[in-house]
Ligand binder design. Structure first.
Ligand SMILES: Nc1ncnc2c1ncn2[C@@H]1O[C@H](COP(=O)(O)OP(=O)(O)OP(=O)(O)O)[C@@H](O)[C@H]1O
Ligand SMILES: [Mg+2]
Length: 455
């Protein structure tokens, strides 16, 4: 029997939760203050704590902090008021397992409790990361993202994913849904910027037949389609002030009407949104509603640009090589070490999407079964100094001159030396000083070699 500690200064709430949860077979203790909760914690091994945030002596957040400091692994669910969405943000930031907003439905709190108790079991059973289908990368930055997805996936918190274009925001949004408690329900994406202003309202909320010219049939909107699942609002920074206001209202009231409709539709939708804008700046500039920002970004996730996690490049290249070799029915399974070095020195302004395009084009262009530097088309600038490569021991993937094997090493090198010396002399109009310079050798060595080869 799982032990739950309910902390609230309001007797009626303690009473209500105790009766409800007792009936569900949990073992409940209550505390009327944060301080009392801490005392109880010293003597009882609870499996879960449900605490109000606003309490006179020690707030729920302070209690949470205290529990984290003691390194107790008990999940904490905080109760926040709907009027103060910033409390939810703080709760998640400070490591709450999840939060419930007052007023809540019995079903809501029961499912949060179930998820929180389940999370604990999973954690103790295996700490292994589960599969993140389709997301490649094992850099520390990506491991942090996987961790976050696992932690916040099963909660109800709205998530804002932000980062440069091509960093994988949509993949992460899908992964969050896959890790949610509603994974078997719908994940409905919408790209806010792709829909004309006058249509977006009906895309989001649907419309009733005949509500405007062109509304020839009833339309079900995103919120209805995503009911009991997740809605993915991509490029949320592009929403007009009017739509921002309407969206905020739905998030606050959890109900809406279709365009031209009379019926009130109740929905329960988890919102995952994404933007490549700096939404905080947009808020400061007055282009994005602050209250909406708080509702959407209860947990913000920053996707690091690829140049900050170059360690993922080889894995990604490998992944895309396999993908496009199969797609184009080719045998290109490898990248030469020099071509890989060129990529490692590149800054990828278009992030993973650009890397994918580069590999795709490389596979299409390559006639051998290994990607050579010549098959790479890079648009942005390289961060490495090209001169370095000439001395690099990895500079070994240029096509071999097959003559070398006929002549043997000594003879081949003599041959090359002679050709280089002659070429240098031709290019410098037979100035031995300049030719030595061109070959980056001392005049003495140059004279010695030239004499040796009778040049
Ligand atoms: N870590 C990754 N592993 C594998 N593929 C990835 C990864 N990150 C991105 N991709 C691929 O790169 C492309 C771009 O990813 P995605 O659409 O998720 O980026 P985005 O951040 O939403 O970009 P934008 O802001 O331009 O919409 C997709 O084809 C996606 O499959
Ligand atoms: Mg995207």
């Amino acid at each position: 029997m799982a032990g739950i500690l309910v902390v609230d200064d309001e007797p009626s709430m303690r009473e209500f939760l105790k009766i409800l949860l007792d009936k569900k077979g949990y073992s409940i203790q209550t505390a009327a203050s944060g301080a009392e909760a801490l005392t109880l914690l010293q003597h009882h091994p609870f499996d879960l704590i449900i605490s109000d945030i606003r309490m006179p002596d020690l707030s729920g957040l302070a209690l949470l902090e205290n529990i984290k400091q003691q390194d107790l692994s008990i999940p904490v669910v905080l109760i926040t008021a709907y009027a103060s969405p910033e409390d939810a943000v703080l709760a998640m930031k400070n490591g709450a397992y999840d939060y419930i907003t007052k007023p809540f439905k019995v079903d809501d709190i029961l499912s949060v409790i179930k998820a929180a108790l389940g999370s604990r079991q999973e954690k103790t059973q295996s700490k292994e990361a589960d599969a993140f289908t389709g997301i490649i990368g094992n850099s520390p930055e990506m491991l942090k993202i996987y961790d976050l997805i696992q932690r916040i996936g099963p909660t109800q918190a709205n998530i804002l994913i932000y980062g440069e274009s091509g960093t994988g925001k949509e993949l992460v949004a899908q992964a969050i849904h896959q890790h949610s408690k509603v994974a078997e329900n719908a994940f409905v994406p919408i790209t806010c910027s792709a829909i004309p202003e006058n249509l977006i309202e009906s895309e989001l909320f649907g419309h009733a037949k005949g509500s405007f010219t062109g509304a020839i049939a009833n339309k079900t909107g995103l919120f209805e389609l995503a009911n009991n699942g997740s809605a993915f609002l991509d490029e949320i920074g592009e929403l007009s002030p009017l739509i921002q206001t309407k969206l905020l209202r739905v998030l606050q009231e959890r109900e809406f009407k279709k365009v031209g409709g009379t019926e009130t539709i109740k929905v329960k939708v988890r919102i995952i949104s994404a933007t490549n804008k700096n939404l905080e700046e947009e808020v400061l500039a007055g282009r994005f509603r602050e209250d909406l920002f708080y509702r959407l970004a209860v947990v913000p996730i920053r996707m690091p640009p690829l140049r900050e996690r170059k360690g993922d490049v080889p894995l990604l290249v490998d992944h895309f090589l396999k993908k496009y070799s199969a797609l184009f029915d080719k045998e290109v399974q490898q990248i030469s070490s020099y071509a890989l070095k060129v990529l490692m020195d590149y800054d990828f302004p278009g992030n993973v999407r650009e890397l994918e395009n580069i590999v795709e084009r490389g596979v299409a262009l390559e006639s051998s079964n290994i990607i050579l530097p010549e098959s790479l088309t890079l648009s942005g600038h390289r961060t490495g100094r090209p001169a370095d490569h000439d001395h690099s021991p990895e500079y070994d993937s240029r096509p071999m001159d097959e003559n070398a094997f006929d002549l043997g090493l000594e003879q081949y090198i003599t041959d090359i030396e002679k050709r280089l010396i002659k070429t240098a002399l031709t290019r410098t109009n037979n100035s031995r000083m300049k030719a030595a310079d061109l070959l980056k050798m001392s005049f003495r060595s140059f004279r010695y070699k030239a004499k040796k080869y009778n040049i």
